[in-house]
Design a protein around this ligand. Structure first.
Ligand code: 13P
Ligand code: SF4
Length: 324
């Protein structure tokens, strides 16, 4: 039996601590429409941890970091998948669901890391370092993944590097993630010069100022931050690992050195934790809205397509990562 759909009015209770009541009417109509459209179209919404709380907590079916979204995409039971995230995440979902329609609500939702490297760049790196395996961050195009031996996310990068059992790897394209992983292993890591435009803006001085202003604050950082930031943080991990840390340690006061919506989403689950919020917005993640999710479901747009010659090799690199 199909149960009654939740309504926007009933969902407000969940997010009332992070969305002011005066803002709610602007969301309610789209939320009710999206919930009805999902049922009508047998659609599932995959939302990254950086999506705003009205998306993350009110219309998403599956939420998580890049690794969790990729894993869940393998088993999602729906005819249609809408990715509330950036383009590389939608491509990963499509790679793992070649027979399903995968939609991204705004094609401009890119990523500075994905833009920092091309397939030709990877081929040139291989020529320069013959025989050295290429570990590629999932924050890349399918064409770049297709040139790689294996993918990784911030959640499994160290395990992926170790799994190769080699003395040297090429790790693309995030220079900071590569350096942060290099600090944890004896494997030599050859990096590229890509940066996340959101995380590169954090500096160690920010942490020192925060500690001064909020004595005892726990500082969590994403491994896309510069190594000097990670060195001064109390913990560094993927978006899911940061969220788990808050759940396990219940710090009285915490700061997440990452994208802004992350704190809102985690705060909903932990009303007893005080979140200090210096954060940086990801303009690409913020291109996804309730309005364009609704249009995506109403108008079947934008359909994610991948050249089949690229898709086969890229899928292999992603699937290989999922078995580490
Ligand atoms: P996570 O895999 O940790 O969620 O990170 C994805 C991302 O784009 C971070 O900027
Ligand atoms: Fe890309 Fe950085 Fe935005 Fe993540 S936060 S999608 S790495 S630009």
């Amino acid at each position: 039996m199909i149960g009654a759909l939740p309504t926007a009015a009933s969902l407000y209770e969940r997010v009332r601590r992070v969305i002011p009541r005066v803002e709610w009417p602007a969301f309610a109509d789209d939320i009710d429409a999206i919930l009805a459209l999902k049922r009508e179209r047998n659609a599932a919404i995959l939302a990254h941890n950086y999506q705003t709380p009205e998306i993350f907590h009110c219309v998403a079916d599956i939420v998580g970091d890049s690794l969790a979204l990729a894993r869940e995409a393998m088993t999602v039971d729906a005819d249609l998948i809408v990715v509330a995230g950036v383009h590389f995440m939608a491509e990963t979902a499509k790679l793992l669901n070649p027979d399903k329609i995968v939609l991204i609500p705004d094609l401009r939702a890119g990523c500075s890391l994905a833009d920092s490297i091309t397939a030709e760049d990877v081929r040139l790196m291989r020529q320069r370092y013959p025989g050295v395996p290429v570990v590629t961050y999932v924050n890349t195009s399918a064409a770049v993944k297709a040139e790689s031996d294996i993918c990784c996310t911030s959640g499994n990068a160290l395990a992926v590097v170790k799994s190769l059992k080699v003395p040297r790897v090429i790790m693309l394209p995030d220079e900071y993630l590569a350096r942060n992983i290099a600090a944890q292993t004896k494997v030599e890591i050859i990096a590229w010069k890509g940066r996340c435009e959101v995380h590169e803006r954090f500096g160690p001085a920010d942490i020192r100022e925060l500690r001064e202003a909020h004595p005892g604050v726990t500082v969590l950082a994403h491994p896309e931050c510069p190594p000097e930031v990670v060195a001064e943080a109390d913990f560094a991990g993927s978006t899911a690992a940061m969220s788990d840390y808050v759940g396990r340690h219940k710090p009285a006061r915490v700061v997440l050195m990452t994208e802004c919506s992350m704190s809102d989403n985690v705060a909903v689950e932990h009303p007893d934790v005080d979140f200090v919020r210096p954060c940086n917005l990801c303009p690409h993640m913020k291109r996804i809205t309730l309005g364009n999710i609704r249009s995506a479901l109403e108008e079947n747009r934008h359909i994610v397509t991948i050249d089949p010659r690229v898709a086969e090799r890229a899928r292999w690199a992603v699937e290989r990562m999922l078995f580490v």
